[in-house]
Ligand binder design. Structure first.
Ligand SMILES: C[S@@+](CC[C@H](N)C(=O)[O-])C[C@H]1O[C@@H](n2cnc3c(N)ncnc32)[C@H](O)[C@@H]1O
Length: 325
């Protein structure tokens, strides 16, 4: 069972007035639900406390060549030498992604004398630091750009990179959509780990506009298409609207449709696309990984499929709006 999700669900239910007896349900039931929420809170706390790595267990989490020193500098490993629950989850996400990206990384590093990587919506740039330590450090002309809209994170990243002597890490303080002016014309790989909502679309656009050989996106909190499905509830012919009639279905279908459209858009632009899981669901609920490798200039069949899907569903995610400008 995913305790995080169960706990959140139980807490939400307990908070909602229509479940608390105002609409005819007896107070005893509301009471029971509050108890259930409390129980989930306790279970969640226990599970979080247990889900951490200490001492030798920390070493088991490392990839070959990965150092505890770097993880300490990134504050993933705490002063007590442990990887606490959130840090452990983040490290698992980053390390899984790095492993899945390794063939693409090797391809980029071998084929380009001056390889350029971009981490879009980088946050604390954990991914960039790990990639630098494992792959870029020994490659004297490889650059990685971390693009991030929060000034404090950009500044912290710059300071860390300076302390670590990671001289070929660059930190761009800009929205992803406006970052191209700070980036080289040609980039070879674009990464977006949990870039929020349409920031993933901006990252994919960046990859397309900079002709990236490889792109990898793990989308996060997608709200745009769900709102469009709500707004144009009957744009699609029956029985399609049945798939998003309820808010929870709309949210799930919105996210799913967005990712299907992203994958098809990449395919239509000449990328070979693989969609897979990033890691176990216990380490991340935002777990869909879209990998693209450029193999053609375009793919007309995929474009036709994409157009049909857009026409039928009536949605227009940011990626599509921007591509048709
Ligand atoms: C959920 S965090 C993920 C951070 C990091 N990639 C990771 O997985 O640890 C998303 C980050 O993207 C940044 N972000 C969101 N929208 C952005 C945009 N349009 N341009 C640049 N950064 C953005 C946020 O400030 C935040 O730091």
């Amino acid at each position: 069972m995913d305790l995080d999700a169960a706990r959140k669900r139980a807490s939400l239910e307990a908070e909602r007035p229509h479940l608390l007896g105002r609409h005819g349900r007896e107070p005893r039931r509301a009471h029971r639900e509050q108890h259930r929420a409390l129980l989930y809170d306790i279970l969640w706390y226990v599970a979080r406390t247990m889900r951490q790595a200490k001492g030798e267990q920390v070493r088991h989490e490392l990839l070959p060549g990965q150092s505890v020193d770097l993880l300490r500098e990134l504050h993933l490993v705490g002063r007590d030498g442990a990887l606490h629950a959130d840090s452990l989850r983040k490290l698992k996400q980053v390390n899984h992604l790095v492993q899945l990206l390794e063939p693409a990384l090797r391809d980029v590093l071998e084929r380009h004398p001056e390889p350029v990587l971009v981490d879009a919506g980088a946050g604390n740039a954990y991914l960039g630091f790990v990639l630098y330590e494992l792959f870029l450090r020994e490659h004297p002309s490889a650059l990685i750009y971390s693009v991030e809209s929060r000034a404090d994170l950009v500044e912290r990243g710059r300071e860390r990179a300076a302390r670590l002597g990671f001289t070929r890490m660059r930190f761009v303080h800009a929205p992803i959509g406006e970052s191209p002016k700070d980036l080289p014309e040609r980039v070879h790989m674009v990464l977006a780990l949990h870039a929020c909502d349409t920031a993933t679309d901006d990252a994919l656009l960046l990859a397309l506009r900079h002709d990236a050989d490889h792109v990898a996106a793990v989308p996060c909190c997608q709200a745009e298409v769900a709102a469009q499905l709500k707004e144009n509830r009957h744009a699609a012919p029956q029985p399609w609207p049945l798939l998003w009639g309820h808010p929870i279905h709309r949210r799930e279908m919105g996210a799913h449709l967005t990712n299907v459209i992203r994958a098809l858009a990449l395919q239509s632009q000449g990328y070979q696309v693989t969609v897979t899981e990033l890691t176990g669901w216990e380490h991340s609920l935002k777990n869909e990984l879209i990998l693209g490798r450029r193999v053609h200039r375009e793919h007309r069949g995929a474009r036709a499929e994409l157009e049909k899907l857009l026409q039928t569903t009536g949605v227009q995610p940011k990626l599509i709006r921007e591509l048709s400008r």
